[in-house]
Design a protein around this ligand. Structure first.
Ligand code: PLP
Length: 388
């Protein structure tokens, strides 16, 4: 009998939680359009609003500050724009500053022209360089409009937790606005918008056990908002037109609700498995480099380089052995690009990195088998003297 595959690519997408699936399937039977005033419409509206409360609760926000989108990428394109409104008055943002390790959803700069996007360097450790942020913002021409800054809370490749509240103090001292991509942080660390000092937060349902096809932009208030990306029927209080994907939103809400409970217990279990994995990896290949291991990381992520094993070759080798993991940055074509995160950290990006990411249903047995697979691939690399 073929061995069961091992899925350790939770940062790419998490399995759908039973609770999210049940809520989603039930919501598929809802007939009404949430914008309709009749009973059927109101029933659908009630489900969307419940989900809004659940998503808001996960990040310590007001439900009325949650705008549902189709994914985190859409939320990023919505908020990364030179054009905001403060109430009814237009407000122009002069320049976008993005950390060098942002996900492409952010790094592409949304609705900004390329020449109006500046990169904030990171330190060799993989942590955003706050001194550089301070220097960059000190020379920002304020008369052209405030700066918009995007810094992620948890990096998707290394798992390193970024110093967002410290960054927020710098950003606000320079009159800027801070957008925080919390896609990889949600459900993994406690998030409170006010403590973080984020003006906007970006979330994705499918990274927390919800369905693919739902995301959110969470704002600090309701007065300052980006000019909508999608205009039309005025849904989502005019911030995002188009009939809501009720079932996906309901599934998102159920996943957020589930994730908001039991964080410490979950992290203790996942962290123990990740430590066991990294211990096993080090024992079988002492030359393995685990990126960011000295930094504060989320407990589910292990991003490593095995010298002499190219990431793309490694990814295939692991896949053939029955283990699903990621190699650096994978684009939609499935091709593996060089990791811009390793490049930003000044590390050898040619060999690239492999990312193992765990989740709430990862088992001890899977980790023991993953260690055995790792051992075989590491040994093969040495025997052949070239990449496995
Ligand atoms: N931001 C981060 C850090 C991510 O890891 C991802 C997905 O990989 C995204 C944004 C984009 O999320 P979505 O698939 O919902 O557009």
């Amino acid at each position: 009998m073929a061995k069961k595959r091992i899925y350790l690519d939770w940062n790419a997408t998490a399995p759908l939680l039973d609770e999210a699936r049940d809520a989603l399937v039930d919501a598929l039977s809802l007939l009404g359009n949430p914008s309709s005033v009749h009973s059927e419409g109101r029933a659908a509206r009630a489900m969307v609003e419940k989900a809004r409360r659940q998503v808001a609760a996960l990040v310590g926000a007001e439900p009325s500050h949650v705008t549902f989108t189709s994914c985190a990428t859409e939320a990023a394109n919505h908020v990364l724009t030179p054009d905001f409104r403060m109430g009814r008055a237009p407000l122009s943002v002069a320049r976008l500053y993005v950390s060098a390790i942002e996900h492409p959803a952010i790094r592409e700069g949304g609705r900004f022209d390329r020449e109006r996007v500046t990169e904030i360097p990171v330190e060799a450790s993989g942590v955003v360089d706050l001194k550089s942020l301070e220097t960059l913002l000190a020379s920002h021409p304020q008369d052209a409009g405030p700066p918009l800054i995007a810094i992620m809370l948890v990096n998707n490749e290394t798992g390193i937790i970024q110093p967002v509240s410290e960054a927020s103090a710098i950003v606000h001292a320079h009159g800027g606005l801070l957008v925080v991509d919390a896609v990889q942080a949600a459900g993994r660390i406690a998030i409170d918008m006010a403590t973080l000092g984020a003006d906007f937060l970006i979330l994705s349902a499918h990274k927390i056990g919800g369905p693919k096809g739902a995301g959110a932009l969470v704002s600090r208030g309701e007065t300052l908002m980006p000019v909508p990306l999608i205009r039309g029927g005025g849904q989502e209080k005019g911030h995002r037109a188009g009939t809501e994907n009720v079932a996906a939103i309901v599934g998102f809400g159920a996943a957020a609700h589930w994730m908001a409970e039991g964080l410490d217990e979950r992290n203790a279990a996942i962290g123990a498995l990740r430590d066991r994995l990294e211990g096993g990896m080090r024992a079988s290949a002492p030359d393995v480099v685990i990126h960011g291991e000295a930094e504060k990381r989320v407990v589910n992520t292990c991003f490593f380089t095995l010298p002499e094993l190219k990431a793309e070759t490694g990814q295939i080798a692991f896949d053939l052995e029955g283990l699903a993991l990621s190699a650096g940055a994978a684009c939609s074509s499935g091709k593996v690009g060089q990791s811009h995160v390793l490049t930003a950290m000044g590390r050898d990006a040619k060999t690239g990195g492999l990312r193992i990411s765990l989740g709430f249903s990862t088992t001890e047995d899977e980790i023991e088998r993953a260690i055995e697979i790792f051992m075989r691939i590491a040994a093969r690399r040495k025997v052949s003297g070239r990449a496995a």
